[in-house]
Design a protein around this ligand. Sequence first.
Ligand code: AMP
Length: 281
Amino acid sequence: MTPPIIRALSELRDDVYAWKSAGESVAVVPTMGALHQGHLSLVRAAKEGCDRVIVTIFINPKQFNNPEDYENYPRTEEEDARKLAAFEVDAVYVPDGAQMYPDGFATTVSVAGITDGLCGAHRPGHFDGVATIVTKLFTQTMADRAYFGEKDYQQLQVVTRLAKDLDLPIEVVGCPTIREEDGLAMSSRNLHLSDRSRTYAPEFNAAMEEVAEGLRKGQAFDALKAAAIARIERAGFTEVEYLDLRAADTLEVLETPSRPARLLAAAWLAGVRLIDNIAVN
Ligand code: AMP
């Protein structure tokens, strides 16, 4: 059965109050729609972790630093609802812009430090948009647990930080990145890749895996990084925005994987910005 689509906060709250007064736990899975197996893996984890599951779909204008990217972002609501039907989620919350940002809206949630580098450095305002909307979704849904993908690793750390700092009564759960068979991380933006670009896209992850392998063998990061960037560019990518080795928890810059580390990268392929990250140890 297609899950109920809820557009008004008051209606969502009525459901959540009823569930909570019956002693049921509530999960939220925030998304921007164009659902793929990566999103659905979060829904699966949420179903396992909580009695009730709310999937939210909101393409948040405040987290797009590029208006064209916002305009072109895939919008597939009916298909999304069909995909969610198989999971028997309890609500699909699809608020409109006025519900999320009513006239006079003037508040921004901003997480310092952890947002400085990586995507934060290349997408001005992006994480303020993410932090603001996620805080709203947490308080609107009053969920006990929120499920996020490691695919957006910096985002996961930002959201974990803000929930902790603001004493939000919610547990942030990170879930592993789901990939295509050839290693490409699933992403709604992959829909924008031409057939030709799609054949080159897996080189991005393959080059990152090569760096991780070299690091595990004790090779120097700088040389591995230069070789990986050359490989990614040879595959037709126009720009590697960053390819960094960071501490897995604080995202501090590392020279060697001396503690649990993450390799994170962003690169452009034929006008599409891809991001990926992998654990190094
Ligand atoms: P988005 O719709 O791109 O905002 O993503 C919504 C949620 O799905 C975020 O928590 C993402 O990290 C997560 N997600 C997106 N792609 C994947 C993937 N390939 N594997 C796991 N989680 C993902």
